[in-house]
Write a protein that binds this ligand. Sequence first.
Ligand SMILES: Cc1cc2nc3c(=O)[nH]c(=O)nc-3n(C[C@H](O)[C@H](O)[C@H](O)COP(=O)(O)OP(=O)(O)OC[C@H]3O[C@@H](n4cnc5c(N)ncnc54)[C@H](O)[C@@H]3O)c2cc1C
Length: 562
Amino acid sequence: MDIKIPDLGDFDNVEVIEILVKIGESIEENDNLISLETDKASIDVPATHAGIISSIHVSVGDKVSLGDLILSIKEVDNKSEKIKKTKNKSINKNMESATHTTDLLVLGAGPGGYTAAFRAADLGMKVTLVERWPVLGGVCLNVGCIPSKALLHAAKVIDDAAAMKDHGIKFTKPQIDPKALGAWKDSIIKKLTSGLEHLASQRKVNIVQGDGSFQSPNRIVLDNKDTIDFKQCILAVGSESASLPNLPIDERIMDSSMALELSSIPDSLLVVGGGIIGLEMACVYSALGTKVSIVELTETLMPGTDPDLVSPFYKIVKKRYENIYLKTKVTKIESLKAGIKVRFEREEGSTSEVFDRILIAIGRRSNAFDIGLKDAGIDLDAQGIVKVDKQMKTNKSHIFAIGDITGNPMLAHKATHQAKVAAEVAAGKKSAFDVRVIPSVAYTDPEIAWVGLTENEAKEFNIAYEKTKFPWSASGRSLTNSRDEGFTKLLFDKETGRVIGGGIVGSCAGDLISEIALAIEMGADAADIGMTIHPHPTLSETIAFAAEAQEGVLTDLYMPKK
Ligand SMILES: Cc1cc2nc3c(=O)[nH]c(=O)nc-3n(C[C@H](O)[C@H](O)[C@H](O)COP(=O)(O)OP(=O)(O)OC[C@H]3O[C@@H](n4cnc5c(N)ncnc54)[C@H](O)[C@@H]3O)c2cc1C
């Protein structure tokens, strides 16, 4: 069978810049075959059929157009061949090069690992990036940030459409095809992960697939077979979902990765754990029509977050979800034909309920336990957290650690910033992870975001602060969005007047919080923000209004300075 250049839109006569496959290789439908460079972007051309490549008809530098022959394949019907291929789907398992010595070995290709590898390569280092999964991107791209945000977008579209019924626009009940929705989500992941492969090949980063663990302070062994010697190493092995002991094996008991697969839409779902990941998935399934309940051990959802930030969200979901059990412990989970039976224990006594599915979202466990750190002489604590200094160095100065394995907050943007520092230090630069703040976001509805000092922390550590809060019920833009429950809060150092923290509840809070982060990093005070002209009508104005309230110059509300 022949595979030809498909319709690429307006492009004609475009240059082949990379051949991504070899003769004899078995490919699956949608695997990328070649990369083309247009004047606007580079495009990967995917396979239209699965099979084994028998001949390749283009070379790097050729100009191709619609219908030109790329390659020919022999179709295979052999299941085991397909599985073998799936295991090595995207990244090369290049064992000849795996036996060499590399300047820098990066273990794990999540946001921390691929960023470190790319930055180090840009600084001229010879880099080998080792990943056990057949794709780059780690948890964030494959089973974390990106798929969850795609599904949250779908949930928002459903909810926003339904909310318009009171404002003169009635939509009929949406028909949801979980398979098609899942395929759309997967196509976004594929676009991003194949983009990473392309970026890696442009930088000549050597990618090796394998499960790596230390054999000695300068050697990694892959899948207990081949070895790679390195001068320096950056550990970026990330984390995985924590589980409960003695769980029955039942596919109706999900972790976040299984929940994101969206195999079907259950009638009822219990989310065990009221943290950000569980609450985001609750938003998704609730919008898709599932009856959602949540159980949380502590007395509040999103434990640790300032109560005023959680309160508007809680008021909404309390009405929307079946039950929210706080201060409640799950003591038993049983697999029955009719569903998953869960026993709850709280002060008032114990009860049981049966759910179609349950999602265990009780936190993340570091993967650093599993990579033989003892053999490299690297210290890690009882939680599997690797201690690092400001240059991201472990107790062995040629080995760095970044991302989730360095502890909380376990966030992709922390991992990428640490990654750049580690790569720069490895390349001989005097960099340091010296940030004042790391923002946190729950992409729930409403979104909740905070950065810098929280009021919880201020009270715990006796830090003197002043606070202003601008309610979004007075924001023209929020009202035009048909929402009025949000607010923007700023915290100021009582002595210097500088912004030291902030929180936002409402649409796009996750995007808006960056302005407060920048204000803190720049040492801005209320006047710096208030005197910066913010466009009207926007949600970003609410940050300026909160700052003006602190200055006593706000006119959009009557909030005289005390
Ligand atoms: C459902 C969900 C939603 C999330 N949403 C957000 C969000 O919106 N924003 C945000 O900032 N964060 C979010 N996170 C957290 C974010 O995904 C992580 O903080 C981030 O991925 C950590 O990056 P990392 O590079 O440290 O590790 P990871 O992304 O975990 O990558 C580690 C990589 O190392 C590989 N690896 C592990 N062990 C080995 C080994 N021995 N040999 C070879 N390779 C190995 C793994 O296969 C993996 O690819 C979310 C997480 C989940 C689960």
